[in-house]
Ligand binder design. Structure first.
Ligand code: GUN
Length: 294
């Protein structure tokens, strides 16, 4: 049976339509315009593209956006002062400091300085703690996007074995926590694999739902999965360039072979990728509602 292709492009479009309507209502009924501040330090080309995409998404949806580009030699003290300024700015509901930061700046200190109510990435320890307990109002963008992909594709998670490969703070750890919450869309039995896991395929072969975020192209091959598995591929790896100089992308999963065994699978590009920015927009709207007591 051909695998269902889970389109993040389509699902993201649906959610953006819902958000556009919600933002219009907030403006008309409550005089609220959600606002996002993005901060980019240095000139990493990939980070520039991501911040540009976030700014563009704000403009399209009607979210106020304020972008600050700082030179690579910005001091940690200056960056902390800028975060403190946005913490106090009532036009700003979300603060996003694009990671990674230059080596002389401590990521942790910067994340800790963001007001938890404006931490739309959900990286602040207060929000990470709430996520683990299950009381958070923000969810981290990529894991939240994965939950929406599963839910809106009709994938049942209750009682299933979800195997997560990769233990990053941005994807692996939070998605493992979300999948095991008792709430709808979770309630799975979760196994979290990582670079210390011996015999990885012994675990991946048991997965009903396999979520892969390792940052290596085609790390998961067809012999490592069982028939009928649902596969969520978070990886975006540049594996070459087209003749026109555009990057050729591959996921962490060998899509062509794994799709022959899977019941459902996300493509790369067009799978998890488009969801991340959409969920950032959703968190910014949520933060604006929270600030207004809604
Ligand atoms: N760098 C890569 N992904 C992310 C993300 O989701 N948020 C931020 N702030 N930086 C990133």
């Amino acid at each position: 049976m051909a695998a269902q292709i889970i389109s993040g492009t389509e699902i993201s479009k649906q959610i953006r339509e819902e958000l556009t309507k919600e933002i219009e209502d907030l403006k008309q009924q409550h005089n609220i315009t959600p606002g996002l501040a993005t901060i980019l330090v240095g000139d990493d080309p990939g980070s520039k593209v991501y911040v540009g995409q976030k700014e563009k998404a704000c403009n399209k949806l009607g979210i106020y956006s304020e972008r600050t580009d700082l030179p690579a030699d910005t001091t940690e003290a200056d960056l902390l002062a800028l975060v403190a300024k946005f913490n106090e700015d009532s036009k700003i509901n979300g603060i996003l400091v694009q990671l990674p930061l230059p080596k002389h700046i401590d990521d942790t200190r910067v994340i800790d300085a963001i007001a938890p109510d404006k931490d739309v990435d959900c990286f602040h320890p207060v929000n990470v703690g709430k996520l683990v307990i299950g009381t958070g109002r923000f969810l981290p963008c990529t894991p939240h996007g994965i939950m929406e992909l599963l839910k809106r594709s009709g994938i049942v998670t209750d009682g299933k074995h979800a195997v997560v490969v990769g233990r990053s703070n941005i994807v692996g750890k939070p998605i493992a926590n979300l999948m095991l919450q008792r709430s709808p869309g979770g309630n799975a039995t979760v196994t979290l694999c990582h670079t210390g896991t011996k015999d990885l395929s012994a675990y991946t072969k048991q997965a009903d739902i396999l979520i892969v975020a390792v940052g290596h192209p085609k790390a998961i091959t067809a012999d490592m999965v069982k028939e009928g598995v649902v596969v969520i591929d978070v990886g975006v790896n540049r594996i070459g360039k087209t003749e026109e100089g555009r990057p050729i992308l591959a996921g962490d999963v060998d899509f062509d072979s794994v799709k022959e065994k899977a019941s459902a699978i996300t493509p790369v590009p067009g799978g998890v990728g488009p969801m991340t920015i959409t969920m950032l927009m959703k968190n910014t709207v949520e933060s604006a509602k929270m600030a207004a007591g809604l």
